[in-house]
Design a binder for this molecule. Structure first.
Ligand code: SAH
Length: 369
């Protein structure tokens, strides 16, 4: 049975399965896996501590594991999942994007953004995306496949390792936030994304020990999956990519809106907010003369007022060949004022990483071409 949100119309094109990895497995499954290899169950915890706690998959460093067992355990549970094709940096190194090649040649990317008070990582949940939003570079190329849980987790584990090892200018640091705003629709890959959140938030030695409060799942609005997230007791932040307050326009900007309308998406968001105790973020890419009119700001303000939601306005980052561009500064200011008139908190997202096509799938798209 596909999970809600894993919809038939986004079935991945057939691809080889990624290798099984420690991070795909629950703690119990890890114990079973090491026992199946003829090892004592506690080896599972040792490997988990190395990978989730020390960010190493290198058997040479597992001094607490007998040398004779290391190779076998590494081959079976810590295979190489992805290789770095390249890093791209801007903002004096404070923004660093990694392009990864997966075992079957598909490409994904992740972005590390360092701010004075925090470090945020933007990760991919799918190779490509099946949601087909016309302003998004990832959407243009379609879906290659879902990432495995371990392929998601590894982007973060490697980012944490790079930060710890001082590879990002500014000295060693710790990761504070994770946003599922790279390639893909995280709720269309529900099981693997929630598996990744569990690995990242399980206490050591079973997982990385991060807080769900620092994790944001961003969605086009797959209503059944949003409800399931609430049912399963998640408390990560939920961001909804709204981009239009009216169904007529949203049907074209976020095509899945033809299935779940603005009202249904917002109802599911408010239910998540009630049950999780977390404020909802509303993502809104401001596109010149398309969705940035004062009347739309007013309509959006009416929909959101009193709900405790926060609006993130994102100046459109035009994709190559796009007929659309970012809003004029005066329209952007008027849009902000239109929301504030309803008491709706709003910020305009900084456009970090634009020179390196940050977070819009453009680098991987170039590489594929
Ligand atoms: N599939 C998820 C995550 C996608 S990326 C979602 O749609 O929420 C995160 C955000 O970047 C989304 O709000 C997405 O709509 C937005 N985005 C995509 N392409 C963009 C572009 N070219 N300019 C500005 N924002 C963009």
């Amino acid at each position: 049975m596909p999970a809600p949100g894993e919809l038939t119309f986004i079935a991945p094109r057939g691809a080889k399965k990624p290798p099984r990895h420690l991070a795909d497995l629950t703690p119990e499954e890890r114990r079973e896996a090491v026992v199946a290899l003829g090892e004592k169950p506690f080896r599972a915890q040792q490997l988990s501590r190395h990978y989730f706690g020390r960010f190493t998959a290198d058997p040479a460093q597992w001094t607490d594991v007998p040398a004779a067992a290391r190779g076998r355990l590494a081959d079976a549970l810590l295979p190489s999942l992805m290789t770095e094709v390249r890093h791209l940096s801007c903002d004096d190194g404070a923004t660093r994007k990694t392009l990864w090649r997966l075992h079957d040649g598909t490409m994904v990317e992740s972005v590390l953004m360092r701010y004075p008070d925090r470090v945020t990582m933007c990760v991919s949940s799918q190779a490509g995306c099946g949601m087909n939003c016309p302003f998004c570079a990832t959407g243009q190329a379609g879906l290659d496949r879902n990432l495995s849980t371990a392929e998601i987790v590894h982007q973060i584990v490697d980012g944490m390792r790079a930060l710890r090892d001082g590879e990002v200018p500014g000295g060693p640091a710790r990761l504070s936030n994770i946003v599922f705003m790279g390639m893909g629709e995280p709720l269309a890959n529900y099981r693997r994304v929630t598996g990744a959140i569990r690995r990242l938030t399980d206490e050591a030695p079973h997982g990385v020990g991060l807080s769900q409060r620092g994790i944001t799942v961003s969605t086009v609005g797959l209503v059944p999956a949003m409800r399931r997230l609430a049912d399963e007791g998640f408390s990560c932040r939920l961001a909804v990519s709204l981009h239009a307050p009216d169904d007529e326009l949203r049907d074209t900007l976020v095509p899945v809106n033809t299935r779940w309308k603005v009202r249904e998406v917002l109802d599911a968001a408010w239910e998540y907010a009630d049950r999780s105790g977390r404020r909802i973020s509303i993502e809104y890419a401001l596109i010149r003369d398309i969705n940035d009119q004062a009347w739309r700001a007013d309509r959006l303000g009416r929909l959101l007022k009193g709900r405790g939601a926060h609006v993130n306005l994102i100046p459109l980052n035009p994709t190559p060949g796009s007929k659309w561009t970012a809003s004029r500064p005066e329209d952007e200011r008027a849009f902000v004022a239109g929301l504030e008139a309803h008491g709706v908190p709003v910020t305009v997202r900084d456009t970090r990483g634009q020179e390196i096509d940050g977070a819009c799938g453009q680098l991987a798209a170039t590489e594929r071409a």
